[in-house]
Design a protein around this ligand. Structure first.
Ligand SMILES: C[S@@+](CC[C@H](N)C(=O)[O-])C[C@H]1O[C@@H](n2cnc3c(N)ncnc32)[C@H](O)[C@@H]1O
Length: 284
């Protein structure tokens, strides 16, 4: 499935009228936001497109080919990569979470549909896989992750079911994990494995650590008047964005008192946008 950039108009509004010379895009993905930002800002001299997934780069390279050498493709995690940029940046954007392409590549294990190895690494060379978390983490630690990152109320029961199952034999695939989770996870509108899969993905990719360190580094690296924008997809992430901006309030002006969400029209056109929230700030 083609990845549709979320809150695109709202992101463009954050940077409208800004004189952008250097822009850092921490989650380049398919280059959807990048293309629109480059079109709206012909003054950009350097667009740094960072992604930890090499497959995203090959897609984005095609989409962004009209801008030639203006675009620099950086492979790695945005928190470390933005901290390493030489000079200051006028704009910073992150749009965290899994891309539609990653979700659709079943063999990567992000989806609870079908059966695939328990991987979930956005960086295929990353050290930690979901299989390691599920088969090696102590029960208490598993329960904490599932509760904190998945907001699964029945986290302890799920962790216990996982540990009981892995005593018999290692849990190797997404399908096996779904069968273990299904009888004990919270029943609701969502698929019973949704929250546990979300928790594992966040742990495997250190998504919350990246978010906090990345935003701090982006504020640090911003030129005076530079703007930082972050799109998050659940309350835990949004809280981190809000807190990092608030803690930096002697150095930034917060541009969004409340986070900006998608319009009903956007949700209809792209259901993935449903829980998205955008916050932004400007370096003083
Ligand atoms: C939701 S997609 C971004 C889509 C993009 N904005 C677009 O319009 O096409 C998220 C992308 O960010 C990447 N990603 C997530 N966390 C990252 C991190 N900490 N460092 C670098 N890339 C990351 C993922 O590999 C994925 O390709």
């Amino acid at each position: 499935m083609k990845h549709i950039p979320v809150l695109l108009r709202e992101v463009l509004e954050v940077f409208a009228g800004q004189n952008l010379r250097t822009f850092f895009d921490g989650t380049l993905g398919a280059g959807g936001h990048a293309k629109a930002i480059l079109e709206a800002h012909p003054e950009i001299e350097r667009y740094i497109g960072c992604d930890q997934d090499p497959r995203a780069h090959s897609i984005a390279k095609e989409v962004l080919s009209p801008w030639g050498k203006k675009v620099e493709f950086v492979r790695g995690q945005y928190a470390e990569q933005v901290a390493a940029v030489d000079g200051c940046i006028d704009g910073f954007l992150i749009d965290i979470g899994v891309s539609s392409m990653q979700f659709d590549e079943r063999e990567r294990g992000f989806s609870f549909m079908g059966d695939a190895p328990l991987d979930m690494r956005m960086d295929p060379e990353g050290e930690l896989t979901a299989a390691e978390v599920v088969n090696r983490y102590p029960e208490k630690e598993l329960a904490r992750i599932i509760f904190e990152y998945g907001e699964e109320r029945r986290s302890r029961q799920v962790a216990k079911a996982i540990v009981d199952a892995r005593r018999k034999r290692p849990i190797r695939t997404t399908g096996e994990l779904v069968e273990i989770i299904k009888p004990v996870a919270t029943r609701g509108k969502l698929h019973p494995a949704t929250l546990v899969f979300q928790a594992l993905r966040i742990e495997v990719n250190d998504e919350l650590g990246q978010l906090e360190r990345g935003l701090k580094a982006a504020i640090e690296k911003s030129c005076s008047g530079g703007r930082v924008a972050a799109i998050s997809f659940h309350s835990l992430e949004d809280r981190i964005v809000k807190n990092v901006f608030r803690d930096a309030k002697d150095r930034v002006k917060i541009l969004t008192k409340k986070p900006i969400g998608p319009t009903a029209e956007e949700i209809r056109a792209n259901p993935r946008s449903r829980s998205s929230k955008l916050r932004s700030c400007e370096k003083i």
